[in-house]
Design a protein around this ligand. Structure first.
Ligand code: 6PG
Length: 230
């Protein structure tokens, strides 16, 4: 596990976008195809736009949100909608974790079908983190958290019912589990700002039920990179 500090977010994008592209190139040369699980929220989108400028055979690349809000893929709160917009200039394949018309009760049917059609394991999994220590949609207080953070969990997907609901996006979620995230060839956590660095520092050795990113930091032998900038 490496912690890489950058002077600003632009420098982070300059360093990380080519690195992600290189992992994708290795994936496509070995397997003919590559897949990435991408965080939503807001932080990584300049990185995605920089990554979209990389010289790749985009027709071999599948992009799937690593977690999704239980909203239609064209809803303004949809992570997939935001990801599609960031890659508007290239033509990867996109996969959704939710149906076009989500019903009242979240289900994993569409997410499972999408993963079945997506090269596995993911070549790259980009993660963000909230100021409560959640990553993907693995929120403190969610009843599903213990299972979802179990490194031996054999289910790659989980429905998450945040409790309390996040104020900025009060939706049930579909999320990759920790074990699916750590199975990716290159998991990378992208953080911006002092507050997030404090949350990360406080997570070392903390109870993952209170600060879920502690479970990620406990994977010390994993090829996880943490990129941070002010
Ligand atoms: C989501 C995300 C989530 C996000 C963090 C950080 O659906 O909300 O995928 O895990 O990465 O909440 O969000 P910011 O980058 O906006 O701080």
């Amino acid at each position: 596990m490496s912690f890489i500090e950058h002077p600003d977010f632009d420098a982070l994008c300059d360093a990380l976008a080519p690195k992600i592209a290189e992992v994708v190139r290795v994936g496509t040369s070995e397997n003919g195809v590559a897949s990435l699980a991408l965080a939503g929220g807001s932080t990584p989108f300049p990185l995605y736009r920089r990554f979209a400028e990389q010289d790749l055979d985009w027709s071999c690349v599948t992009l799937v949100p690593g977690d999704e809000r239980w909203v239609a893929p064209d809803d303004k709160a949809s992570n997939l909608r935001a990801i599609r917009a960031a890659f508007a200039g290239v033509s990867p394949r996109f996969g959704s974790l939710v149906p076009d018309q989500p019903g009242a009760e979240p289900s994993l049917d569409v997410a499972r079908a999408t993963l079945a059609e997506t090269p596995q394991p993911f070549d790259v999994c980009v993660l963000g983190m909230g100021s409560d220590g959640h990553f993907a949609s693995l929120f403190p207080g969610a009843p599903e958290l213990r299972t979802a953070l179990d490194p031996a969990c054999d289910e790659p997907l989980v429905i998450v019912t945040p409790d309390p609901m996040p104020e900025d996006a009060p939706y049930s979620r579909v999320s990759l589990t920790l074990s699916a995230i750590m199975a990716s060839r290159y998991p990378v956590l992208v953080l911006r700002g002092e507050r997030k660095r404090e949350v990360l520092d406080a997570a070392r050795g903390a109870d993952p039920q209170r600060n879920p990113v502690a479970a990620l930091l406990a994977q010390i032998d994993a090829p996880l990179d943490i990129h941070w900038s002010p």
